[in-house]
Design a protein around this ligand. Structure first.
Ligand code: PMV
Length: 315
Protein backbone atom coordinates (compact mmCIF):
# COMPACT_ATOMS: atom_id res chain seq x y z
CA UNK A 1 0.00 0.00 0.00
CA UNK A 2 1.38 3.48 -0.75
CA UNK A 3 2.44 5.22 2.48
CA UNK A 4 3.38 8.83 2.97
CA UNK A 5 5.12 10.15 6.02
CA UNK A 6 6.00 13.62 7.27
CA UNK A 7 7.26 15.09 10.49
CA UNK A 8 7.41 18.48 12.17
CA UNK A 9 9.59 19.79 15.01
CA UNK A 10 8.70 21.21 18.40
CA UNK A 11 9.48 24.85 19.17
CA UNK A 12 10.38 27.23 21.94
CA UNK A 13 9.71 30.94 22.21
CA UNK A 14 12.95 32.77 22.84
CA UNK A 15 11.45 36.22 23.38
CA UNK A 16 8.07 37.90 23.42
CA UNK A 17 5.38 35.36 24.35
CA UNK A 18 2.07 36.93 25.38
CA UNK A 19 3.18 40.37 24.16
CA UNK A 20 3.07 38.86 20.65
CA UNK A 21 -0.69 38.40 21.03
CA UNK A 22 -0.89 42.21 21.36
CA UNK A 23 1.08 42.97 18.20
CA UNK A 24 4.60 43.09 19.62
CA UNK A 25 7.43 41.16 17.92
CA UNK A 26 8.58 37.79 19.22
CA UNK A 27 11.27 35.26 18.35
CA UNK A 28 10.77 31.50 18.18
CA UNK A 29 13.09 28.67 17.17
CA UNK A 30 12.36 25.07 16.13
CA UNK A 31 13.44 22.21 18.38
CA UNK A 32 14.21 19.31 16.08
CA UNK A 33 15.14 16.82 18.82
CA UNK A 34 11.44 16.34 19.49
CA UNK A 35 9.05 15.77 16.60
CA UNK A 36 5.54 14.82 15.63
CA UNK A 37 5.27 12.26 12.86
CA UNK A 38 2.34 11.25 10.68
CA UNK A 39 2.15 8.25 8.37
CA UNK A 40 -0.76 8.09 5.96
CA UNK A 41 -1.43 4.72 4.34
CA UNK A 42 -3.95 4.19 1.55
CA UNK A 43 -6.38 1.38 2.49
CA UNK A 44 -8.18 0.58 -0.78
CA UNK A 45 -9.84 -2.47 0.79
CA UNK A 46 -11.45 -0.48 3.60
CA UNK A 47 -15.01 0.84 3.25
CA UNK A 48 -15.17 3.85 0.93
CA UNK A 49 -14.22 7.07 2.68
CA UNK A 50 -13.14 5.47 5.96
CA UNK A 51 -10.32 7.58 7.36
CA UNK A 52 -8.91 5.87 10.43
CA UNK A 53 -6.96 7.96 12.93
CA UNK A 54 -4.57 6.19 15.26
CA UNK A 55 -2.64 8.23 17.83
CA UNK A 56 -1.45 5.86 20.58
CA UNK A 57 0.34 8.63 22.53
CA UNK A 58 -3.00 10.21 23.36
CA UNK A 59 -5.04 6.99 23.34
CA UNK A 60 -6.92 7.99 20.21
CA UNK A 61 -8.18 5.34 17.81
CA UNK A 62 -11.18 6.46 15.85
CA UNK A 63 -12.32 7.57 12.43
CA UNK A 64 -12.39 11.08 11.03
CA UNK A 65 -16.18 10.87 10.88
CA UNK A 66 -16.34 10.10 14.60
CA UNK A 67 -14.05 12.90 15.75
CA UNK A 68 -15.87 15.84 17.35
CA UNK A 69 -16.31 18.59 14.76
CA UNK A 70 -14.16 20.99 16.74
CA UNK A 71 -11.30 18.55 17.29
CA UNK A 72 -8.15 20.26 15.93
CA UNK A 73 -7.40 17.33 13.59
CA UNK A 74 -10.94 17.34 12.25
CA UNK A 75 -10.73 21.10 11.72
CA UNK A 76 -7.39 21.05 9.86
CA UNK A 77 -8.34 18.06 7.73
CA UNK A 78 -11.78 19.39 6.75
CA UNK A 79 -10.39 22.83 5.98
CA UNK A 80 -7.53 21.28 4.00
CA UNK A 81 -10.00 19.30 1.88
CA UNK A 82 -11.72 22.57 1.02
CA UNK A 83 -8.41 24.28 0.15
CA UNK A 84 -7.38 21.33 -2.04
CA UNK A 85 -10.77 21.31 -3.80
CA UNK A 86 -11.26 17.62 -3.05
CA UNK A 87 -14.72 16.18 -2.45
CA UNK A 88 -13.62 13.31 -0.22
CA UNK A 89 -10.53 11.52 1.08
CA UNK A 90 -9.99 7.96 -0.16
CA UNK A 91 -9.98 5.26 2.53
CA UNK A 92 -6.76 5.50 4.49
CA UNK A 93 -5.28 5.33 7.95
CA UNK A 94 -3.41 8.18 9.60
CA UNK A 95 -0.95 7.10 12.26
CA UNK A 96 0.31 9.86 14.49
CA UNK A 97 3.15 9.68 17.00
CA UNK A 98 4.97 12.45 18.80
CA UNK A 99 7.89 12.85 21.16
CA UNK A 100 6.88 16.46 21.96
CA UNK A 101 5.48 16.78 25.51
CA UNK A 102 1.76 17.64 25.39
CA UNK A 103 0.70 21.03 26.81
CA UNK A 104 4.32 21.73 27.65
CA UNK A 105 4.82 24.93 25.67
CA UNK A 106 6.68 23.12 22.89
CA UNK A 107 3.96 23.28 20.26
CA UNK A 108 2.88 19.62 20.22
CA UNK A 109 -0.60 20.31 18.84
CA UNK A 110 0.63 22.47 15.99
CA UNK A 111 3.37 19.97 15.10
CA UNK A 112 0.87 17.08 14.93
CA UNK A 113 -1.33 19.15 12.62
CA UNK A 114 1.57 20.17 10.35
CA UNK A 115 2.85 16.60 10.01
CA UNK A 116 -0.66 15.25 9.34
CA UNK A 117 -1.42 17.84 6.66
CA UNK A 118 1.88 17.24 4.89
CA UNK A 119 1.47 13.46 4.81
CA UNK A 120 -2.20 13.62 3.82
CA UNK A 121 -1.67 16.16 1.05
CA UNK A 122 1.13 13.93 -0.31
CA UNK A 123 -1.25 10.95 -0.42
CA UNK A 124 -3.79 13.09 -2.25
CA UNK A 125 -1.18 14.32 -4.70
CA UNK A 126 -1.96 17.94 -3.81
CA UNK A 127 1.06 19.19 -1.87
CA UNK A 128 0.22 22.27 0.16
CA UNK A 129 2.58 25.25 0.39
CA UNK A 130 4.08 26.23 3.74
CA UNK A 131 1.84 29.29 3.71
CA UNK A 132 -1.27 27.13 3.24
CA UNK A 133 -0.22 24.67 5.94
CA UNK A 134 0.60 27.39 8.45
CA UNK A 135 -2.73 29.08 7.76
CA UNK A 136 -4.73 25.85 8.15
CA UNK A 137 -3.00 25.02 11.43
CA UNK A 138 -3.70 28.55 12.66
CA UNK A 139 -7.41 27.91 12.10
CA UNK A 140 -7.20 24.86 14.39
CA UNK A 141 -5.25 26.85 16.99
CA UNK A 142 -8.06 29.40 17.02
CA UNK A 143 -10.32 26.79 18.60
CA UNK A 144 -7.98 25.88 21.41
CA UNK A 145 -6.09 29.09 22.06
CA UNK A 146 -8.86 31.59 21.57
CA UNK A 147 -6.66 34.41 20.33
CA UNK A 148 -3.47 32.80 19.02
CA UNK A 149 -0.84 35.11 17.59
CA UNK A 150 0.13 32.56 14.95
CA UNK A 151 3.73 32.18 16.12
CA UNK A 152 3.47 28.43 16.88
CA UNK A 153 2.05 27.33 13.53
CA UNK A 154 4.52 29.58 11.70
CA UNK A 155 7.77 28.45 13.37
CA UNK A 156 6.73 24.79 13.25
CA UNK A 157 5.69 24.90 9.59
CA UNK A 158 8.81 26.69 8.40
CA UNK A 159 11.10 24.87 10.89
CA UNK A 160 13.43 27.88 10.98
CA UNK A 161 14.18 30.55 13.61
CA UNK A 162 11.67 33.35 13.05
CA UNK A 163 11.06 36.95 14.00
CA UNK A 164 7.31 37.17 14.16
CA UNK A 165 4.79 39.98 14.25
CA UNK A 166 1.11 38.99 14.21
CA UNK A 167 -0.44 39.55 10.80
CA UNK A 168 2.87 40.47 9.13
CA UNK A 169 4.81 38.37 6.60
CA UNK A 170 7.12 35.83 8.24
CA UNK A 171 10.77 36.84 8.66
CA UNK A 172 13.32 34.04 8.87
CA UNK A 173 16.23 34.99 11.12
CA UNK A 174 19.84 34.78 9.99
CA UNK A 175 21.70 33.14 12.87
CA UNK A 176 25.30 34.35 12.68
CA UNK A 177 26.67 32.21 15.49
CA UNK A 178 25.11 28.99 16.83
CA UNK A 179 23.96 28.89 20.43
CA UNK A 180 22.82 26.19 22.82
CA UNK A 181 19.57 26.06 24.75
CA UNK A 182 18.69 23.70 27.57
CA UNK A 183 14.96 23.17 27.92
CA UNK A 184 13.48 22.12 31.26
CA UNK A 185 9.97 20.72 31.56
CA UNK A 186 8.13 21.41 34.83
CA UNK A 187 5.85 18.45 34.06
CA UNK A 188 2.88 20.70 34.80
CA UNK A 189 0.41 20.68 31.94
CA UNK A 190 -0.65 24.19 31.17
CA UNK A 191 -3.32 24.85 28.55
CA UNK A 192 -2.27 27.93 26.60
CA UNK A 193 -5.81 29.31 26.53
CA UNK A 194 -5.96 29.66 30.34
CA UNK A 195 -2.78 31.73 30.68
CA UNK A 196 -3.65 33.77 27.59
CA UNK A 197 -7.15 34.39 28.98
CA UNK A 198 -5.80 35.50 32.37
CA UNK A 199 -3.38 37.92 30.73
CA UNK A 200 -6.28 39.32 28.72
CA UNK A 201 -8.36 39.91 31.86
CA UNK A 202 -5.40 41.55 33.59
CA UNK A 203 -4.77 43.74 30.51
CA UNK A 204 -8.43 44.74 30.45
CA UNK A 205 -8.32 45.82 34.09
CA UNK A 206 -4.92 47.54 33.95
CA UNK A 207 -4.45 48.52 30.35
CA UNK A 208 -1.64 50.99 30.86
CA UNK A 209 0.56 48.74 32.97
CA UNK A 210 0.16 45.76 30.66
CA UNK A 211 0.77 47.82 27.55
CA UNK A 212 4.06 48.93 29.15
CA UNK A 213 5.00 45.31 29.93
CA UNK A 214 4.18 44.22 26.36
CA UNK A 215 6.10 47.15 24.92
CA UNK A 216 9.17 46.29 27.01
CA UNK A 217 8.97 42.65 25.86
CA UNK A 218 8.77 43.82 22.25
CA UNK A 219 11.89 45.95 22.69
CA UNK A 220 13.69 42.90 24.13
CA UNK A 221 12.68 40.86 21.06
CA UNK A 222 14.09 43.50 18.70
CA UNK A 223 17.34 43.57 20.69
CA UNK A 224 17.36 39.77 20.65
CA UNK A 225 17.06 39.81 16.89
CA UNK A 226 20.05 42.14 16.57
CA UNK A 227 22.09 39.92 18.91
CA UNK A 228 21.22 36.75 16.94
CA UNK A 229 21.89 38.35 13.56
CA UNK A 230 25.07 39.98 14.81
CA UNK A 231 26.44 36.81 16.44
CA UNK A 232 26.43 38.49 19.89
CA UNK A 233 25.34 35.43 21.84
CA UNK A 234 26.60 36.90 25.13
CA UNK A 235 23.92 39.58 25.06
CA UNK A 236 21.08 37.05 24.68
CA UNK A 237 21.35 35.77 28.27
CA UNK A 238 20.64 39.09 30.03
CA UNK A 239 17.78 39.73 27.57
CA UNK A 240 16.24 36.37 28.51
CA UNK A 241 16.52 37.26 32.20
CA UNK A 242 14.80 40.60 31.59
CA UNK A 243 12.06 38.89 29.59
CA UNK A 244 11.45 36.40 32.42
CA UNK A 245 11.13 39.30 34.81
CA UNK A 246 8.44 40.85 32.60
CA UNK A 247 6.59 37.52 32.33
CA UNK A 248 6.60 37.27 36.13
CA UNK A 249 5.04 40.73 36.24
CA UNK A 250 2.42 39.58 33.71
CA UNK A 251 1.54 36.86 36.22
CA UNK A 252 2.35 33.85 34.03
CA UNK A 253 5.32 32.39 35.87
CA UNK A 254 4.96 29.87 38.71
CA UNK A 255 7.07 28.72 41.67
CA UNK A 256 8.13 25.65 39.65
CA UNK A 257 9.18 27.71 36.63
CA UNK A 258 10.98 30.24 38.83
CA UNK A 259 12.89 27.53 40.64
CA UNK A 260 14.04 25.91 37.38
CA UNK A 261 15.08 29.32 36.05
CA UNK A 262 17.05 29.98 39.27
CA UNK A 263 18.65 26.53 39.18
CA UNK A 264 19.82 27.05 35.60
CA UNK A 265 21.30 30.46 36.37
CA UNK A 266 23.09 29.15 39.49
CA UNK A 267 24.53 26.30 37.42
CA UNK A 268 26.17 28.76 35.04
CA UNK A 269 23.51 29.44 32.40
CA UNK A 270 24.01 32.83 30.75
CA UNK A 271 20.30 33.54 31.08
CA UNK A 272 17.00 31.72 31.57
CA UNK A 273 13.28 32.33 31.21
CA UNK A 274 9.98 30.54 31.00
CA UNK A 275 8.98 29.76 27.43
CA UNK A 276 5.47 29.70 25.99
CA UNK A 277 2.27 30.38 27.82
CA UNK A 278 3.74 29.81 31.29
CA UNK A 279 2.16 28.68 34.59
CA UNK A 280 3.60 25.22 33.83
CA UNK A 281 5.15 23.85 30.69
CA UNK A 282 8.76 24.60 29.93
CA UNK A 283 11.59 27.02 30.58
CA UNK A 284 14.74 27.58 28.55
CA UNK A 285 18.31 28.39 29.54
CA UNK A 286 21.14 29.70 27.38
CA UNK A 287 24.31 27.77 28.11
CA UNK A 288 27.79 27.53 26.71
CA UNK A 289 27.94 24.13 24.94
CA UNK A 290 30.40 22.82 27.56
CA UNK A 291 28.05 23.91 30.39
CA UNK A 292 24.92 22.25 28.95
CA UNK A 293 25.32 19.03 30.91
CA UNK A 294 25.86 20.88 34.22
CA UNK A 295 22.75 22.97 33.59
CA UNK A 296 20.82 19.80 32.64
CA UNK A 297 21.79 18.11 35.91
CA UNK A 298 20.86 21.21 37.90
CA UNK A 299 17.43 21.32 36.24
CA UNK A 300 16.76 17.64 36.96
CA UNK A 301 17.87 18.14 40.58
CA UNK A 302 15.50 21.10 40.85
CA UNK A 303 12.54 18.97 39.76
CA UNK A 304 12.44 19.09 35.96
CA UNK A 305 10.71 15.98 34.64
CA UNK A 306 12.52 16.18 31.32
CA UNK A 307 15.27 18.17 29.63
CA UNK A 308 16.34 18.70 26.05
CA UNK A 309 19.58 20.24 24.82
CA UNK A 310 19.19 21.88 21.44
CA UNK A 311 21.48 23.94 19.25
CA UNK A 312 20.14 26.86 17.29
CA UNK A 313 22.29 26.39 14.21
CA UNK A 314 23.90 28.98 12.00
CA UNK A 315 21.72 29.76 8.98
O1 PMV B 1 1.70 27.41 22.84
P1 PMV B 1 2.59 28.03 23.87
O2 PMV B 1 2.37 27.54 25.25
O3 PMV B 1 4.02 28.00 23.45
O4 PMV B 1 2.23 29.59 23.95
C1 PMV B 1 2.10 30.36 22.80
C2 PMV B 1 2.62 31.72 23.03
C3 PMV B 1 1.65 32.77 23.50
O5 PMV B 1 2.26 34.00 23.17
C4 PMV B 1 1.44 32.69 24.99
C5 PMV B 1 0.30 32.67 22.80
C6 PMV B 1 0.32 33.03 21.32
O6 PMV B 1 -0.66 32.70 20.65
O7 PMV B 1 1.28 33.64 20.84
Amino acid sequence: MPAYSASAPGKVILFGEHAVVYGRPAIAVPVSQVRAKAIVIAEPRSPRGLVRIIAPDVGLETSLANLPEDHPLAVVIQKAIAVMHISHIPACSIQITSTIPIAGGLGSGAAVSVATLRALSALLGRPLSNEQISDLVYQAELIYHGTPSGIDNTVITYAKPIYFVKGKPIEILQVKKPFTLVIGDTGIKSPTSLAVGDVRSAWESDHQRFEQLFEAAGVIATHGRKAIEGGKVETLGPLMNENHDLLQQMGVSSPELDSLVEAARSAGAMGAKLSGAGRGGSMIALAAPEAASTVTTALLNAGAVGTIVTEVSKT
